[in-house]
Design a protein around this ligand. Sequence first.
Ligand SMILES: [Zn+2]
Ligand SMILES: [Zn+2]
Length: 234
Amino acid sequence: MSVSQEQKITSTPTLKEEQIPQKRQSQISNLLRRKDFRSVVKILQTDNKSRTNYQKLKYQNQIYHVGQNLCISGDNRSIYVAKLIKIVKLYDDEDNCLPFIKVRWFCRKTELAGLSKDCLDCISENEVFKTNEFDYIEIESIVGLATILSFEEYDQIEELYDNVFFTRAQYVNEKLLPPFQQWKKVCICKKPANPDLKYIFCDLCQRWFHLKCIGLSQDQAEKINKYICPECKN
Ligand SMILES: [Zn+2]
Ligand SMILES: [Zn+2]
């Protein structure tokens, strides 16, 4: 009896060692449930089987490359925009494959903090700002590719698509770069153009004017063939 007791006792340390992976596995399950993918990556990325150096991935018949911009689905059905930075394929202790992507977020108008209403009025719903915020997210969050144009390029396109955005600045540490005051201005009100608003183009100075600022209705504006702005008339 006493021998068997002893064996039980001496076998305990080995049992404990075997429990470590199990403990880690349940920790990983918890992190996955909380969608804390950053911590999962931290734990598993140094494991032998895990790979972190992929350049492309295939999801729903589309191939995505590192460096491309993506539309990402948010919790409340909103679409976020992010740059694909890294593709990782991890394996947990039960050999489940856990693929993630690392992204760098672009923020949209609603996420800009501390801007006046005047300033927000000049920012488009389709405008994005590169941030210095990174995340690991699930591949299933990818909606598709996003196109990010310069303001000038966006201004030229005839038709708008859901996945086409433009950018005039970055948003780092809650500050726009270049600052709002330095953005190119239009109209007699001297504000940056918001492509969501209605404008008319002056045929002489080739600049845009808000219909509101020059007192034209949309109907009136549509009937004008060649518009000459108040500044060119003087
Ligand atoms: Zn104006
Ligand atoms: Zn003019």
